[in-house]
Ligand binder design. Structure first.
Ligand code: GEK
Length: 251
C-alpha cells in the first residue's frame, strides 16, 4: 500500500449521482467532501500521477523561507505531496478553499499528516486572497470553477505574488478546438469513468450538474492567458484524455 492510499484508508465510495434526481448545480458541500477522494480519483484521469508529480515539480521551484499556495485545496492532497518533497526548506504552506466542508476536513487531515509544518488553512475566496512571497502556487483543477472573465485577473495576481524563478502549476480539464478531437476526448473520458464503475446515469447526471459550474478552456486559451498574465515560460507537462497540467514560470 502506498503512502497516498494509506491517507485515504477511510475512503467512502461516491454514489451521489447513482439514483435519478432533479437537476441541481454541483456544489462542494458535506456530501461531496465525504466522498471526494474516491470521486476525484475515479473522475479525473491521471489525478494520482498529477498529485505525486506536483511534489516533484514543487521541489524544482520551491525557495527556502517562501510561501507555497494550494488554491482550491479541497482536502489538501497537493499540499501533502509538495510538503513530502520539500520538508527541509522551511516553507510556509497556505491552503485555501471557499468550501467550509472541504476546509474543515482539510485542516484536520493536514494537521494529522504534517504536524511539524508551518501551515495556514483558510476558508476564503481565492479571487480576493492576497498572494505574497510565493515560490510555488498550485491551481490543481480549480481555475475551471472561476468565472471565465475573472481568470486573467487571478493569474496576474499570482504572477505578481511569485518570486522571480517561482512557478505556477495549473491543472485543468480541457476543451479542444477541433470538434472531432473534442468528441473523441469526451468519449474516452466517459469510457474512463465507466471503467471505474460509474453508470451511464451517474455520468450524465454529474455532467449536467457541472454544466454551469465547471467551464473548461482550450490549451491555446490557457497558454495565451498565462502569457498575458506575465509568465515567460509555459510548458504543458501532462495530459490524459481531456485533462492537462502546465508549469508556468516567472522570470
Ligand atoms: C486537489 N486541488 O485535490 N475560492 C476558493 N476555492 C474555490 C473557489 C474559489 N473561488 N472556487 C472553487 N473552489 C484539489 C482539487 S477541486 C476540483 C480541486 C474538482 C474550490 C472548490 O471548493 C473545490 O474544493 C476546488 O476548488 C476544486 O488537488 O473537484 O474537480
Amino acid at each position: 500500500m502506498t503512502k497516498d492510499s494509506k491517507l485515504d484508508d477511510k475512503r467512502v465510495e461516491d454514489t451521489l449521482f447513482a439514483e435519478a434526481q432533479p437537476l441541481v448545480d454541483f456544489a462542494f458541500d458535506d456530501a461531496v467532501a465525504d466522498v471526494f477522494p474516491d470521486m476525484i480519483r475515479r473522475s479525473v484521469p491521471g489525478y494520482e500521477t498529477v498529485i505525486s508529480m506536483l511534489g516533484v515539480l514543487a521541489r524544482e521551484y520551491a525557495q527556502a523561507h517562501s510561501n507555497v499556495y494550494d488554491l482550491g485545496c479541497s482536502l489538501g492532497a497537493a499540499t501533502l505531496a509538495m510538503h513530502r518533497q520539500t520538508r527541509e526548506l522551511s516553507l510556509n504552506h497556505i491552503c485555501v478553499d471557499n468550501s467550509e466542508s472541504m476546509i474543515r476536513r482539510c485542516r484536520s487531515r493536514l494537521q494529522r499528516h504534517m504536524p511539524e509544518a508551518a501551515l495556514e488553512v483558510l476558508c476564503e475566496d481565492i479571487e480576493t486572497l492576497a498572494i505574497r512571497n510565493a515560490s510555488v502556487v498550485t491551481l490543481n483543477f480549480t481555475l475551471q470553477f472561476i468565472a471565465p472573465e475573472a481568470r486573467l485577473k487571478l493569474l496576474s495576481k499570482i504572477h505578481q505574488g511569485l518570486r522571480p524563478g517561482g512557478a505556477l502549476i495549473l491543472s485543468e480539464k480541457l476543451v479542444f478546438e477541433r470538434d472531432s478531437e473534442n468528441q473523441n476526448q469526451l468519449n474516452w473520458h466517459h469510457a474512463f469513468k465507466r471503467a471505474n464503475g460509474y453508470s451511464d446515469l451517474e455520468i450524465s447526471q454529474k455532467r449536467a450538474a457541472l454544466e454551469n459550474v465547471l467551464i473548461p478552456d482550450s490549451r491555446e486559451q490557457h497558454v495565451e492567458r498565462l502569457s498575458q498574465a506575465g509568465f515567460c515560460e509555459i510548458v504543458q507537462w501532462f495530459q490524459a484524455f481531456n485533462f492537462a497540467s502546465f508549469v508556468a514560470i516567472k522570470k
